[in-house]
Design a protein around this ligand. Structure first.
Ligand code: ATP
Ligand code: ZN
Length: 286
């Protein structure tokens, strides 16, 4: 029988849509996404399992699923024997310590002997053990941000993305301990056929990540600016240069990374580039 990759994704929550979108961007078509328990891919040997994110590391460790998509924070907390094979670039957040805003924070030793509410006891204990600070941990499943308000704990340790939930609950973030994003995890003993399928999937994921992190730009410039423009544009190789009908002018095409994009645009304007067009790149294969 032909092997299929079984991939576990979050059934419903912050990572669900993005996980499905990633598979779609990898050209994988899924027949029924009504999220009962399983769905089949129509054009890739893959089965999608919809689970709670907390359960995914265990299923992948046991081989019930071959792969999983979930927050790195959850992978660390569950501490199962799985491989992290790729950072996926979405679901970005951090795990932070927060205390009531009127409290004076004196540094990490502030927490000595204090009680902290969290859904991530393992990560937190490890952190304080390394610092040699004793804390009491109150493990709760959700709504951690209300724990100080109701007198359950002196501080909290929780996921933060913008910080607005903390502010709404009268808290201030005092220490960001780790950053997290969604990752692809894999079972450690995939057979050769499944390994080959994983490589195929990874190739597509990487092409999508590179493409979505880059922009294709086209501009017009006087020929005397071309050497300088070539220096500014990092591109994949050197930029493509096409003569315009107007004497002495050229059209220049290149690829720019999103994170350096605005600096590059500013520099290009300074050397008389004009009519700059910016386009999304769907996939990029180097
Ligand atoms: P489940 O029902 O599957 O157990 P959950 O309630 O544990 O879901 P979600 O709140 O959907 O989980 O979050 C899933 C993941 O999304 C988190 O583990 C984290 O990696 C990531 N994430 C990114 N930003 C945030 C945020 N602002 N709050 C919570 N999680 C976030
Ligand atoms: Zn969960």
């Amino acid at each position: 029988m032909e092997e299929k990759l079984k991939i576990a994704i979050q059934k419903s929550g912050r990572l669900s849509e993005k996980s499905l979108e990633l598979l779609k961007e990898c050209g994988i078509k899924i027949s029924n996404t009504d999220r009962k328990l399983k769905a089949e891919a129509r054009n890739f040997p893959m089965e999608i399992l919809f689970l709670r994110d907390d359960d995914i590391p265990q299923y992948v460790e046991q081989g019930v699923a071959d792969l999983g998509i979930l927050g790195e924070n959850e992978v660390w907390e569950k501490d199962k024997d799985v491989d992290i094979v790729e950072q996926l670039g979405f679901g970005n957040c951090r795990l932070s310590l927060a205390i009531p805003k009127e409290e004076e924070y004196t540094g990490i030793s502030y927490f000595q002997g204090k009680k902290i509410a969290t859904s991530y006891p393992k990560i937190l204990l490890k952190y304080f053990a390394e610092k040699g600070i004793d804390v009491k941990i109150e493990e709760i499943g959700g709504s951690v941000e209300i724990a100080t308000g109701i007198g359950l704990a002196d501080g909290i340790f929780d996921i933060v993305s913008t910080g607005s939930t903390l502010i709404m609950n009268g808290l201030k973030e005092v220490d960001a301990i780790v950053k997290s994003e969604a990752v692809l995890i894999a079972n450690k003993s995939l057979n050769d056929e499944k390994k080959a399928l994983l490589e195929k999937l990874l190739f597509r994921i990487r092409a999508y990540k590179k493409g979505s992190g880059s922009k294709y730009i086209v501009m017009n410039a006087p020929n005397e600016s071309i050497p300088e423009i070539c220096r500014i544009l990092p591109g994949m190789k050197s930029p493509s240069i096409l003569p315009l009908a107007e004497e002495g002018w050229s059209s220049i095409h290149s690829v720019v990374q999103e994170d350096e994009f605005w600096d590059v645009i500013d520099a290009l304007k300074d050397v008389k580039a004009q009519g700059i067009l910016v386009m999304n790149i769907e996939k990029m294969i180097l």
